[in-house]
Design a protein around this ligand. Structure first.
Ligand code: KIV
Ligand code: ZN
Length: 521
């Protein structure tokens, strides 16, 4: 029997640290439910000290998602650990994951701490985490650039303090497979007590080596691998869950290990994360990209038709890629929509389905065929929408190369209708200013992006905005065949989030990140 490696998914924590990504608590809960269907062993649900939204998301996931261990991240200080413990209080199986940096460069410049103080803070954090749960993970941030002898000493100390999982992060994606495997072997041989703990690895992809490093560490005896769906995460991202799981499935004999993951849920998980984070999966992405199973060359097509294994080392159905790409149109009913959404991995409540169906019909009136990608964009934008104060009734824009762009909007909410008009540098600028005038607010536009969801002249456009007010950031996303409508919908979602007091990022971390001895988030 093959050794089973634990899969620790950090899509909702490290993945959410991807530049430009910010998920609401409802979106995080939806992803966590899918991760449970995927049968990952551990879900790192968030970093409770980072924001009240993160705290609420961890709390909701801890209360509502069963199966995997639910984990929360905490820096090695009492405030962080207490908040993580509180957020996890409803979980059937809870883990606190505490960390502190161990490399010379981090200790000297970021933490401004002596090595002995770092050991002291780590030990204290592990001890206080043990007051909340017997399942405590400790990470030595930037482990691969740390002095191996100091790492050994630090790990021995936290194991004695009660850590049950020891994590070795390649925080800046610097290591190489042989070097990383050597470090794992060295730790297994030299840290007293490590045989009673789970030895975990956490690799970043700065040099494109995250999956290779993780697999090398597994071959060297690591018992847990940390990864994210679609490999999203800080900078170039984290090791990608689907690549590691499928490598262990397809090449398990060679690698000497396997996982408990339900591989046929991989595609749905990938689609859901792409839709909710707004981070599309590149077509050539291993395992889940649109071209991962597409054969273009005639020689390959001929081979696959004669015998699929000539060019296919795994089948699309192994990862749950739907066999049919059935498209829906304006005559499709609610039942067909629900079936298609279920095949894509979405299970919506009646209320959510009603909203999605309404947008689906509206879009189908303007666009002949609704593809999977269109549906995902609509669901991502509609299904998990929080209650909105203002809804778009209509808008009008006047623009041209000789005209001053001018816009007017009419919004409804709170039992009344408000209107606003404005001129701007361009049609989008005029439209967003008109919304501000209607609502009586003034935002700083930090980010605006627009992309086509699918190809073709009638493609759906997806607009994403990020606005700032009083130091807090509010994001919004809008989808429509009309890019101006997509933009105004996105802006309105951000306005509604401001009115509801649910920022994507608060002005600064709770618990005082600024002068915290453990450094910034
Ligand atoms: O990359 C890293 O070092 C981390 C730690 C918090 C585990 O994400
Ligand atoms: Zn990381």
């Amino acid at each position: 029997m093959k050794r089973q490696v634990l899969v620790f998914d950090t899509t909702l924590r490290d993945g959410e640290q991807s530049p430009g990504v910010s998920l609401t608590p409802a979106e995080k809960l939806e992803i966590a439910r899918q991760l449970a269907r995927l049968r990952v062993d551990v879900i790192e649900a968030g970093f409770p000290v980072a924001s009240s939204g993160d705290f609420d998301a961890v709390k909701a996931i801890a209360r509502e998602v069963t199966g995997p261990v639910i984990c929360a991240l905490a820096r090695a200080n009492p405030g962080d650990v207490d908040l993580a413990g509180q957020a996890l209080s409803g979980a059937a199986r809870a883990r606190i994951h505490t960390f502190i940096a161990s490399s010379d460069v981090h200790m000297k410049f970021k933490l401004r701490k002596e090595p002995a103080e770092v050991v002291e803070a780590a030990v204290a954090a592990v001890r206080s985490a043990r007051r909340y749960t017997p399942d405590v993970e400790f990470s030595a941030e930037d482990a691969t650039r740390s002095n191996p002898e100091f790492l050994r000493r630090l790990f021995q100390a936290v194991l004695e303090a009660g850590a049950t999982t020891i994590n070795v992060p390649d925080t800046v994606g610097y290591s190489t497979p042989r070097e990383f495997a050597g470090l794992i072997r060295h730790l297994r041989e030299s840290v007293p007590g490590i045989e009673n703990a789970v030895l975990s690895v956490h690799c970043h992809d700065d040099l494109g080596l995250a999956a290779a490093n993780s697999l090398a560490a597994i071959e060297a005896g690591a018992g847990q691998v940390e990864c994210t769906i679609n490999g999203i995460g800080e900078r170039a991202g984290n090791a990608s869950l689907e690549e590691i799981v499928m490598a262990l499935k397809v090449r398990g004999e060679a690698l000497g290990a396997g996982t408990n993951v339900a591989a046929d849920q991989i595609y749905r998980s990938s689609r859901l994360v792409a839709a909710l984070t707004g981070m599309p999966v590149p077509a050539n992405k291993a395992v889940v990209g649109a071209n991962a199973f597409a054969h273009e060359s005639g020689i390959h097509q001929d081979g696959v038709l004669k015998e699929p294994t000539t060019y296919e080392i795994m089948r699309p159905e192994d990862v749950g890629m739907p066999a049919s790409r059935l498209v829906l149109g304006k005559h499709s009913g609610r039942h067909a929509l629900r079936e298609r959404l279920a095949a894509l991995g979405y299970r919506l409540s009646e209320g959510e389905l009603k909203r999605v169906f309404a947008r689906f019909k509206e879009t189908a009136d303007r666009k002949k065929h609704i593809t999977d990608a269109d549906l995902e964009a609509i669901v991502g934008n509609e299904a998990l929408k929080e209650p909105a104060t203002w809804s778009l009734e209509r808008f009008q824009v006047l623009t041209g190369n000789q005209a001053l762009p001018t816009a007017a909007v009419s919004l409804s909410g709170e039992g009344r209708t408000v209107q606003g008009a404005a001129c701007g540098d361009g049609p989008v600028d005029a439209l967003l200013k008109a919304v501000e005038n209607a609502v009586g607010v003034d935002f700083e536009l930090r980010e605006y992006s627009l992309k086509a969801v699918t190809g073709g002249k009638d493609a759906l456009g997806e607009a994403v905005v990020r606005v700032e007010r009083d130091g807090a950031v509010y994001s919004g996303r809008g989808v429509s065949t009309d890019v101006l409508e997509a933009s105004v919908r996105a802006y309105l979602q951000a306005v509604n989030r401001w009115l509801a007091g649910t920022p994507s990022r608060p002005a600064s971390p709770r618990g005082g990140g600024g002068d915290d001895p453990c450094g910034d988030l």
